[in-house]
Design a protein around this ligand. Structure first.
Ligand SMILES: Cc1cc2nc3c(=O)[nH]c(=O)nc-3n(C[C@H](O)[C@H](O)[C@H](O)COP(=O)(O)OP(=O)(O)OC[C@H]3O[C@@H](n4cnc5c(N)ncnc54)[C@H](O)[C@@H]3O)c2cc1C
Length: 302
């Protein structure tokens, strides 16, 4: 089924960017997920061609960044996974603006910003995602969010046209943008920061890093906060008060260190994680009448 697609693909892009039957556990921070039929890591120029080729062959395609907010099913992903990596990671600092490719990591951008005496991106330094994923999720932490720093985003629309969207057009809200609904792919984003003191920026980044290391179970694979913050509550606190600290299904566990994180404690499967999320959600709803909504995005066959 994929032979013709792969032959054509091999003529268009570097063959080392094409992976067949690729285990998704190598592309997710949860370290779970069965094989993707095909995984491609294009550069900015070839990404539109790869998508056009998928369409011509009627193959479904899925865009991922660093896989730090993903739960991929144990049976893997049918179709083509297009991973936005540092091959799409051009980055340029000009005055108080930074323009970066969707594949840049937030860490890279934070380091460049700090080095250039630009403040306002410290909040994002420890979020282990790409710029594209952060735009999609309107990622945020410690009182900051992407919405405050984005000026515009270059996307590829479903007809294969590139469009520049203003921050207003992105409809950014709590862990939400219009990107997924509209089927856009983020190619680049322009950020506006402000002048600051290099030493102070680096100190703030180090303090926030220290808070993460102290409070979050970074020693285990996870996808960060598993559930969104329900209005008026904190998911982790509700889960703790429901007596679920350390609750385990197979190899998945509600982290002892921070109940808002589900961790892959010991060779968890996606099915373990999904079941644990369901149990947690049911118990919290039964006890407090609050419905927990997953923050992690689920893709593939479970
Ligand atoms: C230890 C840890 C700590 C975390 N802390 C935080 C935190 O403090 N704040 C926070 O907000 N999040 C946090 N996260 C979650 C995660 O890092 C963010 O949601 C991040 O923005 C996801 O980026 P990504 O590149 O990994 O995207 P992925 O997880 O690969 O994808 C997320 C979604 O975006 C889509 N997507 C990705 N790239 C593109 C693109 N270029 N174009 C179109 N769609 C795309 C995918 O299809 C998917 O729906 C944490 C995760 C971990 C593991």
């Amino acid at each position: 089924m994929y032979n013709e697609f792969l032959n054509e693909l091999k003529e268009k892009i570097d063959n080392s960017w094409i992976h067949v039957n690729e285990p998704m556990k190598q592309h997710t921070t949860f370290r779970v997920g069965g094989p993707a039929d095909v995984l491609v890591t294009p550069d900015t120029e070839s990404l539109p061609e790869v998508i056009a080729l998928c369409k011509r062959h009627s193959l479904p395609y899925h865009i991922i960044g660093n896989g730090s907010n993903l739960l991929v099913g144990d049976k893997g992903i049918r179709g083509v996974v297009i991973a936005v990596t540092n091959l799409m990671g051009d980055i340029l600092c000009d005055g108080e603006s930074i323009t970066a490719g969707a594949g840049c990591t937030l860490g890279q951008i934070a380091v460049l910003a700090a080095g250039n005496g630009l403040a306002g991106f410290e909040f994002a330094a420890g979020i282990p995602g790409t710029l594209g994923g952060a735009v999609v999720m309107n990622a945020g932490a410690y009182g900051g969010e992407m919405k405050e720093v984005i000026t515009s985003v270059l996307v590829l629309d479903t007809d294969g046209n590139q469009k520049e969207l203003s921050v207003e057009e992105l409809d950014l809200g709590y862990r939400h943008s219009c990107i997924l609904e509209k089927g856009y792919v983020v190619l680049k984003a322009k950020l506006k920061l402000c002048r600051g003191d290099v030493g102070e920026i680096r100190t703030k980044m180090a303090e926030l890093r220290e808070q993460r290391v102290t409070k979050q179970p970074l020693e285990y694979p996870s996808a960060g906060s598993t559930f969104k913050r329900p209005e008026g509550y904190f998911a982790g606190k509700l889960i703790m008060e429901a007596g679920l600290r350390g609750y385990q299904v197979g190899g998945a566990q509600v982290a002892e260190k921070h109940c808002g994180f589900v961790i892959n404690k010991d060779h968890a499967t996606a099915a373990d994680i999904l079941q644990l999320m369901q149990d947690v959600s049911d118990k919290v709803e039964a006890q407090f009448g609050v419905k927990l909504e997953p923050e992690v995005k689920m893709i593939g066959e479970f």
